[in-house]
Design a protein around this ligand. Sequence first.
Ligand SMILES: Cc1cc2ncn([C@H]3O[C@H](COP(=O)(O)O)[C@@H](O)[C@H]3O)c2cc1C
Ligand SMILES: O=C(O)c1cccnc1
Length: 339
Amino acid sequence: MITPPSPTVRDAARDRLSALAIPAGALGRLGEVAVWWSSVRGETTPAPPSHVRAVVFAGDHGVASHGVSAYPSAITGAMVRAFVSGVAGVSVLARQHDVTLRVLDLGVDGDFPDLDPALGEFKVRRGTEPIHLTDAMTANETRQAIDAGRRIAEQEIAAGADLLIGGDMGIGNTTPAVALIAGALGLAAEDVVGRGTGIDDAGLALKTDVVATALKRAGDRVADPVELLAALGSPDLAAQASFISTAAQAGVPVLLDGVISVAAAIVAERLTPGVAPWLAAGHRSTEQAQWRALDALGLEPLLDLDMRLGEGSGAVTAVPIVRSAALLLSQMALLDELM
Ligand SMILES: Cc1cc2ncn([C@H]3O[C@H](COP(=O)(O)O)[C@@H](O)[C@H]3O)c2cc1C
Ligand SMILES: O=C(O)c1cccnc1
């Protein structure tokens, strides 16, 4: 069980919010995120996040060659190179919002001999098995990925992170992500599948079949988070789940992104109950599984921009919102002081 953020500080922040020189409730969700930021920082008027660190967990997925994505697996490696050169979508956003971005290859089906070997320091395997046919990975590989996620979070925290973000890269990864959400929450395939990179109706029907078959194959094993990850997950998803869980245990808040990041959070909550109060939701993605999982975690997304990129992009886009909220709570006058 994880120690929750301080209820005393949260109440003090709520009191301050109610006393600000605004009509009651006028900051809307900005007020709520300010109170959350105070509670996770353990101070009524904490400084806004200034050491935001994002890690992109990259990996390939066996299901990708079974018609569940609009794009081929070769894109994964090409995008890893784009992160390294700073030209991916989230790279641009991270530069704009002063977020440190790190990309790690947990399970890409390829190697990068010309790039910094640190990229593959935590690599578990090349791609996964197709989850509708067999387990994504072995129990041993799952433990290795969980251990990697913990060490990655510890490194980011040691580097001074005051807010962490997990991003994803891997063609096909919305399929295991929604399967994990369905498995953990007991939902049916048709209630979790979405169009991912933009599959058509036939693709959606096929993806629904793949997820339904995978869930049936996993059976009761979905009740155990480690078995769930081995059966339906991947090294990158397992590592991100453990990254979130480790951050929450250390009292470091995490800003969630889209369906992959939220799937990792749902599994993190299973690995170590009590994670959710340490989390905020950066945005609402177009994937229905993401909304259902956020609901289950009790989280309301900050932004709703119809984004469906992943990479951590929705979370990084929300960073200035968290900063604005923190500044409002600490710098605004109280109504009493003006009277
Ligand atoms: C060029 C490109 C860049 C991306 N950046 C993130 N994704 C996102 O889309 C993929 C998941 O969707 P699906 O499950 O439908 O394959 C993941 O790689 C995810 O990171 C991208 C996808 C593409 C094509
Ligand atoms: O919800 C997301 O983050 C998402 C949606 C589609 C494709 N990749 C990511």
